[in-house]
Each structure stands twice: as C-alpha cells, then as structure tokens.
Design a protein around this ligand. Structure first.
Ligand code: NAD
Length: 236
C-alpha cells in the first residue's frame, strides 16, 4: 500500500481501468461471482445481439431490472475517491467498462466509456439515440417515435467498441505512468488488453480486487479487498 501510494504521489499521468467491482458496493451486481445471476440466466447469455434478436422482451426485462437497481443506487466511497484523485493529477483518465454512470455522479469528468451507457436507448430502425432515465420503463420492449424497436445503448459481447472511446483509452493506457485496475476480472477483451498496453509502455500496475485475477501475478502491486475501502485509504 505504501509503495503504491508513493507511485501515485509522484505521477502526473494516471489512468484507471474500472470494472463492475467498482460499483458492487453501490449494490449493483457484477456479472461474475456472487449475485451474477438473473433468474436462471448468465449475463453472457443475455448481453448479446443474438439474445436480443431471439427475445428482445426478455433481454429488455433484464436491462430494466438493472436500470431500476442503478436508479436506486448512488456512488460509493470508491467512486468518490477517484473523483478526488482526478483533481490532483494533471493527466487523468477513468476508462470504465461500467454502464451505470456512477462515475460522473461522483464528480469524475475524464470518463472514457468503453461499453456504452445503460441510460441511452438506440432505435434499430432510424438510429436515433435518446437518454431516458425512467426506471422501470413503462413498456417493454420500448419503441422509438418512428415505430422502430429500441435497444439498450450498451456494447454487447461480440460487438466492436466505439472507435473514439477505444482510441482515447489506448492513448490513456499508453501514456500512463501508473494504471489503477479496479474491480475488473480482466477477462473481457479488448478492454482487458489495456493493462498490457500500459505495462508495455512502462506503467506501474496497481490492482484492487476482492479476488485474485489473471493480472494479480503480473501487477506491481495487488491490493486485495473492497474498492470502496481500499481506494480512499490509498488516495489519502
Ligand atoms: P466482472 O463481473 O467480470 O468482474 C467483477 C470483478 O470485480 C471481479 O474480479 C470481482 O472479484 C471484483 N469485485 C467484486 N466486488 C468488488 C469490490 N467491492 N471491490 C473490488 N473488486 C470487486 O466485471 P468486469 O470485469 O467489469 O467485466 C464484465 C462486463 O460487465 C463489463 O463489460 C461491464 O460492462 C459489465 N457490467 C457492468 C456493470 C455496471 O455498469 N455497474 C455491472 C455488471 C457488469
């Protein structure tokens, strides 16, 4: 912890890669691990274009359930610690795989959203996007004003990441002196690959996770525990 704190104090370029574990203490279930199941389905069975094509109502029921959970939640001390860190670091980026928007709610500005935004609805017919925080949604699946079917504005397994977000994330990873890897299982690619880009460019890798991950043996410092407890202590 002491060593990691010293690296952060000296750094002027810090990139955070965040995953579902960052929001776990806000009461939002992660995909893997305890609470990762919804009804009898795994996330990987629902967060795909194929699942949506097969049964849009079922997929929307799951997203609607998640939207309700997120609407009831708020940022936790982990999110707030990152917002504080951002104020101190000249070149800071928070690359997030989360879709809940709690980073911005905590006051973070430099957020790079790799997997989209659960509050955006996108029409499959005309492509129009709209932000709608109604939760639960009154009708599932929701429809656009053109009559087309809307989908959640998130990136599903097997879909490409948004170009602009991905290139900003690659730059932030390659330019970092320190990368903080928080609450991610580091198994969802290409996002997980950013840690190796950062390592190649000489960044110190500091991991914060409840459990051991594929990154743990490679990290310069691996801190085991809850993000909401470790981040505030680390960034004192
Ligand atoms: P994941 O579910 O695969 O892994 C979560 C990781 O967080 C695990 O390694 C777990 O050990 C760790 N963890 C759990 N609670 C923690 C805590 N309190 N403190 C620190 N670590 C904790 O999540 P992922 O790696 O982000 O990848 C899966 C995909 O899930 C992403 O694409 C993301 O879009 C999506 N997702 C997003 C949300 C959200 O927006 N809040 C929630 C679930 C899943």
């Amino acid at each position: 912890m002491q060593q990691a704190r010293a690296w952060l104090e000296r750094a002027s370029r810090v990139t955070v890669l965040a995953g579902a574990g960052l929001s776990a203490e806000s009461g939002i279930p992660t995909f893997r691990g305890t609470g990762g199941l919804w009804r009898q389905f795994r996330a990987e069975e629902l967060a795909t274009p194929q699942a949506f094509a097969r049964d849009p109502k079922l997929v929307w029921e799951w997203y609607d359930w998640r939207r309700v959970r997120i609407a009831q939640a708020g940022p936790n001390p982990g999110h707030r610690a990152l917002a504080e860190l951002e104020k101190k670091i000249p070149a800071f980026a928070l690359v997030t795989q989360n879709v809940d928007g709690l980073e911005e709610q905590a006051g973070c500005h430099s957020v790079i959203r790799l997997h989209g935004d659960i509050w955006i609805l996108r029409c499959l017919a005309c492509g129009r996007e709209r932000r709608d925080r109604t939760a639960p949604l009154p009708v599932l699946p929701p429809a656009c004003s053109c009559g087309g079917l809307e989908r959640p504005g998130v990136v599903w397994f097997g879909e490409p990441l948004p170009n602009a977000a991905w290139s900003a994330a690659e730059d932030a990873a390659a330019g970092a002196e320190v990368m903080l890897v928080v609450g991610t299982s580091v198994v969802v690619y290409p996002a997980a690959g950013l840690v190796w880009n950062a390592r190649q460019s000489g960044a110190k890798l500091i991991e914060i996770n409840l459990e051991e991950t594929a990154l743990s043996p490679e990290a310069d410092c691996s801190l085991r525990g809850k993000a909401g407890e470790i981040l505030p202590r680390l960034l004192l």
